[in-house]
Write a protein that binds this ligand. Structure first.
Ligand code: DQA
Length: 149
């Protein structure tokens, strides 16, 4: 778990997160996905990380990206979105991790509808950061920095 490849980090996002900005702004805020990507890249540059941000609505694609991270010993910041709550395929992919994996959420699912209180990913993640909006991503990148120092 200590043999982490050179400061590369994948920031992976699940379904509907590409619609940030127009998606339920009262819940998710006005920050667009493009803003979020720019912000992660900026934070990454400040921390000396080579950050690549991806988003998909497709469970299989997200699973394949997690395999890529496991094979490359690449740390992951993962917002699994709705897959958080029911995707055992995603959990099984996360549990193959070979480097830190931080589960993140913009909102705090524990304060929302009951179905959001379960995360099938949390038990195989290094840790979880939730409820800080776009700051959840920044905090996770900082956590990756200290975990891989
Ligand atoms: C989310 C929370 C999930 O419950 C929801 O399905 C999302 C976004 C968040 O970032 O707050 O799509 O992961």
């Amino acid at each position: 778990m200590t043999d982490v490849s050179a400061r590369r980090v994948l920031v992976l996002n699940g379904p509907n997160l590409g619609r940030l900005g127009s998606r339920e702004p009262d819940v998710y805020g006005a920050t667009t996905f493009a803003d979020l990507v720019a912000d992660c890249e900026k934070t990454g540059a400040e921390l000396g990380l080579d950050v690549e941000v991806r988003q998909t609505d497709d469970e299989a694609e997200l699973v394949h990206w997690l395999h890529e991270a496991a094979d490359g010993k690449i740390p992951v910041v993962l917002n699994p979105a709705a897959f958080t709550h029911y995707s055992y395929a995603l959990r099984d992919a996360c549990s193959q991790r070979t480097a830190p994996l931080i589960e993140i959420h913009l909102t705090n699912p524990a304060t929302r509808e009951e179905f959001r209180h379960t995360s099938v990913v949390a038990g195989v993640a290094t840790g979880t950061i939730a409820g800080f909006g776009a700051d959840s991503y920044r905090l996770a990148l900082r956590a990756i920095t200290s975990l891989t120092a």
